[in-house]
Design a protein around this ligand. Structure first.
Ligand SMILES: O=C(CO)[C@H](O)[C@H](O)COP(=O)(O)O
Length: 229
């Protein structure tokens, strides 16, 4: 199986954890696209009655086109289960997210959710986080000063680009990718970044996930707390 087939495999495995009546957080990315396709099938064929809360405008567009009911996070009082992708996952289920630029809404929906599941192909599993790079979302006002401060710390920042323009998140913010390789102290870096004025969020997701479904050549492997299905 190639990487896309492994992504499809975990998307289809994860949809089985969605139960009638749930409020479901829907992540962003190419792996989650397969999940949303499979969820659309269940809504259409089984009459599954769920409410989705999305983490990006992209996911909202896909889900609504498939007949999935979507509400804003502020219209619901809780989220039962959020299923999202990730860019790197370590043995503690700590991860890096934001490769698709949706890290801020993803972290907010994750935080509102009773249970969180990640779906990844096996290439995303690493011993130590960092080689992917670490996305940091900053507000546009004064962003070059945040960039310079990150440069001065030796974090090798790069602007996330969209063609010849700086990439804009759904929230209208900018993303700076840090490229300094493996991260020695995750908690320390997470605290340091979130305290920088102008930084809105970073892509380190620590202590945030219960279950990871990994797409392997011999089938999906469920790691961590098995959620009922
Ligand atoms: O964090 C994300 C978007 O902000 C994605 O979940 C992450 O980039 C994984 O994407 P993909 O499933 O396309 O590999």
């Amino acid at each position: 199986m190639d990487q896309n087939e492994l992504k499809a495999l975990v998307g289809q495995a994860a949809v089985k954890y969605i139960e009638d009546g749930m409020i479901v957080g829907l992540g962003t990315g190419s792996t989650v696209r397969y999940l949303v396709d499979a969820l659309g099938e269940r809504v259409k064929n089984e009459g599954l009655n769920i409410i989705g809360v999305t983490t990006s405008n992209r996911t909202t567009e896909q889900a609504t086109s498939l007949g999935i009911t979507i509400k804003d996070l502020d219209e619901v009082d809780h989220v039962d289960l959020t299923i999202d992708g990730a860019d790197e996952v370590d043995p503690n289920f700590f991860g890096i997210k934001g490769g698709g630029g949706a890290l801020l809404w993803e972290k907010i929906v994750n935080n509102a959710s009773t249970k969180n599941m990640w779906i990844v192909d096996e290439s995303k599993l690493v011993d130590q986080l960092g080689d992917f790079g670490l996305p940091v979302e900053v507000i546009p006002f004064g962003a070059s000063h945040v960039f310079s401060a990150l440069e001065a710390k030796g974090y090798q920042p790069e602007w996330r680009m969209d063609g010849d323009q700086k990439y804009r998140t759904d929230e209208g913010n900018l993303i700076i990718d840090l490229r300094f390789g493996k991260i020695a102290d995750l908690e320390q870096l997470a605290n340091e970044l979130i305290q920088m004025v102008g930084v809105v969020e970073h892509g380190l997701f620590l202590h945030r996930v219960d279950t990871v479904i990994v797409g392997r050549q011999d089938g999906p492997e469920v790691l961590g707390r098995e959620l009922s299905k």
